[in-house]
Design a protein around this ligand. Sequence first.
Ligand code: C5P
Length: 226
Amino acid sequence: MRKISIAIDGHSSTGKSTLARQLAESLGYVYIDSGAMYRAVALFALRNDLIDGSVNEAGLIEALRDMDVSFGLNSQTGRTEIHLNGENVEQEIRTIEVSSYVSEVAAIPEVREKLVKLQREMGRQKGVVMDGRDIGTVVLPEAELKLFMTAAPETRAARRYKELLDRGEDITYEEVLKNVRHRDHLDSNRAVSPLKQAEDAICLDNSDMGLKEQFERVRSFANRIL
Ligand code: C5P
């Protein structure tokens, strides 16, 4: 069976990573969470006092040169997890604090340049499922299957709210909804590689779709081109 690349883009909290993981596991492909890379850079900025209300762009750009953002395999789960300068930060990048600043960090052209280069290197070999905001348009424009996922902001906020509560975060639904809308706005309106559907992407609105139905539908799209 031939190997392909699958690009999954879309709005925040549409379940891109869940679908991407399911697809990667079912096909024996590598899953690459490009959002985790932007989150790792935002975590670096927070930890190094490069965010004080807003992001210190010049300081962060300077620090990028020596910053190592990579993925490591968790041998217990078999999953790839994000590493920042050699430290596994898969849990630390998922806080609402990181979510609050990540889109500002991701709008800095030098940050995108560094991470897009790494993502292209990882995607060069076929047999990858990569999710993000600009995968089908910029990172892997040659991907054989492109999906664009969306859902109503309230549905997405409710899903993210539940996840954060399960993780013990002290947060309200309204704060999460505000963050989802804020990220949508920043991601869709930034100058470099804004979030938009690739012309050849299949749009999937999963406001009223269960995970199983969604997976089966996408797997059938993949089967048609494999
Ligand atoms: O996918 P996730 O929500 O974890 O991504 C976090 C943030 O990283 C997004 O809100 C977006 O600002 C940024 N991002 C991006 N380009 C990507 C992936 C994520 O700008 N390819």
